[in-house]
Write a protein that binds this ligand. Structure first.
Ligand SMILES: Cc1cc2nc3c(=O)[nH]c(=O)nc-3n(C[C@H](O)[C@H](O)[C@H](O)COP(=O)(O)O)c2cc1C
Length: 189
């Protein structure tokens, strides 16, 4: 008899808990799959945009995820027009795809001073390039890194819904919504 490596996959509450466990692992462990979600937004022109980010915080009780970025980046301009994002994680060892739809608040300045104080120096280098991120430059290295707390932003993503797909011997899919207290609903995969 073989034991089920993912017993949580057959129970809605346990599946939702597993999603947050995997997200928290991404924050704590740089080698965990959820360390690098794909973060998708809608450009001011209405085009889909996706990029890799680092997951910096995951609060299961509040249902929030934090991403750090440069206030001048295109994703911030996108979020100013459409304050919604999708996050995607594929966790191969759990056979689990996580998709999250989130409302995003752009936090900066005094709101993030405490977080900036805890950002290690190597990571600070990512916030404050000259010229602004995305500007054309003559050569590939014609830019400077000037860490600047004034352009440091935290994208606080408040999850509104989660779609989880588990690829087991039989595939399973469930949706969880904030508006009904995260009670899950099985879906045909
Ligand atoms: C592994 C990896 C991690 C990244 N982490 C971040 C991040 O945490 N925040 C960020 O703003 N950009 C991060 N980037 C860069 C983005 O993918 C993207 O190139 C950059 O933010 C510009 O995106 P935008 O023009 O859509 O705003 C990361 C890239 C890679 C490859």
């Amino acid at each position: 008899m073989t034991t089920d490596p993912h017993p949580w996959a057959g129970d809605l509450e346990a599946l939702c808990a597993q999603v947050w466990t995997r997200l928290a692992r991404g924050v704590a462990d740089r080698h965990a799959p959820a360390r690098h979600p794909v973060f998708a937004t809608v450009s001011p022109e209405g085009m889909p945009e996706a990029r890799t980010v680092v997951l910096r915080a995951a609060d299961a009780a509040a249902g929030t995820l934090d991403i750090h970025t440069d206030l001048r980046s295109a994703k911030v301009a996108a979020l100013r027009t459409t304050p919604w994002a999708a996050l995607h994680v594929w966790d191969p060892s759990a056979h689990l795809q996580i998709r999250i739809a989130a409302a995003v608040s752009i936090l900066s300045g005094d709101q993030v001073a405490g977080i900036w104080a805890r950002v290690p120096d190597p990571s600070r280098q990512s916030y404050g390039s000259v010229p602004d991120p995305g500007q054309p430059i003559a050569g590939s290295l014609d830019y400077l890194k000037q860490p600047d707390p004034a352009v440091f932003a935290v994208l606080r993503c408040t999850a509104q819904s989660i779609d989880a797909v588990h690829l087991g011997p039989r595939h399973r899919r469930a949706r969880f919504d904030r508006e009904n207290g995260w009670a899950g609903q099985w879906l045909a995969p």
